[in-house]
Ligand binder design. Structure first.
Ligand code: B1M
Length: 222
C-alpha cells in the first residue's frame, strides 16, 4: 500500500493527471493521479491518509522545487491539475455529512490570488460537516463577498490566501464585510497566515487547516 501512496505522490509531483495524459512524456502510458487515487481508496486507505501522506507532501515538494527554480509555473499547474484529479475521488467521502442544515458558508480565495486547491478542500470538508457551500471561486474582491452576504443573511464567511502579497488584501475584505454586515463571522486560512495576522485584520477565527475550520463551525452551530 505504501508503494501505491508513493506512486500517487510521485504522479502529482510530476503532473501526471491520468493514464491518457501525454505529460510528462517519460510517464507515457503509466497510471496517473486519477487512477492511482482510485486504487489507493479501493485498497481501503482512509481518505485523510491519502491526503496527508501522499497529496499534500507532493505539493510541498512541488513548492520546494519551484522555490529552487527547478520547475516553473507550467509544471506547477500540471501538478495542481493532477492533485485536482485525485481530489475528485475524495469528494464523496468528505461531502457525505449530515443533511445540510447547519447554515451557509461562503468561501473564496481573495483578490489577486488564484490558488484554489486548499480553498476547495476546506469547502469540501465544511460541506461534509453539514453546511451549505457558496463557493465564490478565486480572485474575489470585497464587493463580491459583501454582495454574497447580503444574499445569504447570517452566512459565515471563509477567506483563503496563499501569497504573502494577497493575504494583505484580506484586511479590506474583512473591513467591508464588517461594515456592511457587522454580525458576520469571518474565518481566515492559508499557508502564510498566522493568528496574529487574523487578529490584526479583525477576522474572528484562523485555522491552519480544514479540520480546524470544521470544528470551529461545529461549535458555532451548536
Ligand atoms: Co503558487 N505559490 N504561485 N501556484 N503555489 C505557492 C503558494 C508558493 C509558496 C510556492 C513557492 O514559492 N514555494 C509561492 C508563494 C510565496 C509566498 O507568497 N509566500 C507561490 C507563488 C510565488 C506563485 C506565483 C506568484 C508564481 C509566479 O507566477 N511567479 C503565482 C501567483 C498566481 C496568483 O495567485 N496570482 C502562482 C501560481 C500557482 C499556480 C497557478 C501555478 C498553482 C495554483 C493552481 C491552483 O491552485 N489551482 C500554484 C501552486 C500549485 C502552488 C503550490 C506548489 C501548491 C499550493 C497548494 O495547492 N498546496 C504552492 C507551494 C506550497 O503550498 N507548498 C505555491 C496544497 C494545498 C492542499 O495546501 O493551499 O496551503 P494549501 O491549503 C491548505 C492550508 O493552507 C489550509 O488548508 C489547506 C489544506 O490543508 N487553508 C485554509 C487554505 N485556505 C484555507 C482557508 C481556511 C482554513 C484553512 O478557512 C477559511
Amino acid at each position: 500500500m505504501d508503494t501505491l501512496l508513493t506512486k500517487l505522490g510521485e504522479a502529482v509531483e510530476a503532473g501526471k493527471v491520468d493514464k491518457n495524459s501525454p505529460y510528462p512524456p517519460q510517464m507515457k502510458g503509466q497510471d496517473g493521479a486519477d487512477e492511482l487515487a482510485g486504487q489507493v481508496l479501493a485498497n481501503g486507505v482512509a481518505p485523510t491518509a491519502l491526503l496527508t501522506e501522499a497529496l499534500v507532501p507532493a505539493m510541498d515538494r512541488v513548492g520546494q522545487k519551484f522555490s529552487e527554480n527547478k520547475i516553473f509555473v507550467p509544471q506547477m499547474l500540471m501538478s495542481a491539475k493532477a492533485m485536482g484529479a485525485a481530489m475528485q475521488h475524495l469528494k464523496p467521502f468528505f461531502q457525505s455529512g449530515d443533511v445540510k442544515t447547519k447554515g451557509t458558508f461562503i468561501i473564496g480565495t481573495v483578490k489577486g490570488d488564484l490558488h484554489d486547491i486548499g480553498k476547495n478542500l476546506v469547502a469540501m470538508m465544511v460541506e461534509g460537516g453539514g453546511w451549505t457551500i457558496i463557493d465564490l471561486g478565486v480572485d474575489v474582491n470585497e464587493d463580491t463577498f459583501s454582495q454574497a452576504v447580503s444574499e445569504n443573511p447570517g452566512a459565515v464567511v471563509g477567506l483563503s490566501a496563499l501569497l504573502t502579497t494577497t493575504m494583505a488584501n484580506m484586511e479590506a475584505i474583512v473591513k467591508k464585510i464588517k461594515e456592511t454586515h457587522p454580525d458576520t463571522t469571518i474565518l481566515v486560512g492559508g499557508a502564510p497566515l498566522t493568528d496574529d495576522f487574523r487578529s490584526k485584520i479583525g477576522a474572528d477565527f484562523y485555522s491552519p487547516d480544514p479540520r480546524g475550520a470544521v470544528e470551529y463551525l461545529k461549535e458555532l452551530a451548536a
